[in-house]
Design a protein around this ligand. Sequence first.
Ligand SMILES: Cc1cc2nc3c(=O)[nH]c(=O)nc-3n(C[C@H](O)[C@H](O)[C@H](O)COP(=O)(O)O)c2cc1C
Length: 396
Amino acid sequence: MAQSALFQPLRVGNLDLCNRIVIAPMCQYSAEDGCMTDWHLIHLGHLALSGAALLTIEATAVLPEGRITWADVGLWNDETEAAIGRTLDGIRRWSDIPIALQLAHAGRKASTEVPWDGGAQIAPGDTHGWRTVAPSAVPFADGDVAPVALDRDGLRRVRDAFAASAVRAARIGIDAVQLHGAHGYLIHQFLSPLSNRRDDEYGGSLENRMRFPLELFDAVRAAFPADRAVTMRVSGTDWVKGGWDIEQTIAFAERLEARGCAAIHVSSGGLHPAQQIPVGPSYQVPLARAVKSVVHIPVIAVGLISGFDQAEAIVATGDADMIALARAILFDPRWPWHAAAELGAQVRVPHQYLRSEPRRFKGLFTPARQPAMVEPVKKRRTANGGTLHRSDEKRA
Ligand SMILES: Cc1cc2nc3c(=O)[nH]c(=O)nc-3n(C[C@H](O)[C@H](O)[C@H](O)COP(=O)(O)O)c2cc1C
């Protein structure tokens, strides 16, 4: 069988990835005052054992008012930093999967109810609600309370918050930061002419609409260690006539690459209720391909990618360098194991699970590097001072 393209290693900036499978950021709406809870250790912990190359932590708000919902994770003070740090400490002891974190500000799409309670906007003054901010005082949906247009101080506050969160992310050992420039949140709101109606240097022409997103990128790039990757997630189109589209996305991607962006992750939509999305398997892949045709940094495709051959083909044909999974990996957290089995590749598996390798897939597993396995083995000296050998461990 030919070597699987999906299981070839790749470098993103200085980050060595063992295959082309990325776990997409997924909000869990399970934080308390912005602080990760045990749920995040359970959720991220099991995904860390999935065999994927990179685990991306959910949209993490740089300011409290930048949360989509009151239950979102944040990284704006010592408490929120310590909570993510605790979660990471637990995961890192047992998994060496590289971990990225998505820095986000929801802009006018903030202050909503959690999705399983309807997801509607919560008005300022109501429980769990606050006044939102945005490039312009244009609400997302008819009937929503309009956001406050950010003035110069407001822009500075947001820029400083992104940079400060990047410093915090670096301090707790995050391997890469992704800016959330997609799905109609604040960065995307600046990019799209449908949400950005400013008449200063941050609105109007494409150059002006890209200005604040690029300033944010520069601020984060400068704040995060130079040897660690900063990437951007974009919506390749609004799927609305007269909105943000793939040509503008390409221009944005070129500017980002020139400024040191390490990878572009191409999603779509989320900015406008009138969007008409042609939903179907791989429906966003052509957008990724269009971006890939102009940049030299890795491009990640996402959206209804669930089949092993489907994922293999996206990478093998050069549509994208990597694929990201969200719902498919929640449904099957061992998706990369099954993909490796199907495609005749190998996958890194924790020592504790090595015995589960099916006979018909002999050679599928290689042991993952697990920092916690090193210490206990050293400590497990036998009574006469010798170390416990692998053959002894087998009997244990
Ligand atoms: C539960 C859930 C939470 C999500 N949260 C985020 C998020 O925090 N940031 C983001 O950029 N996209 C988020 N998304 C979108 C996914 O990252 C992904 O782009 C989308 O689900 C399409 O991929 P899929 O077809 O593999 O699910 C979320 C999706 C799901 C299902």
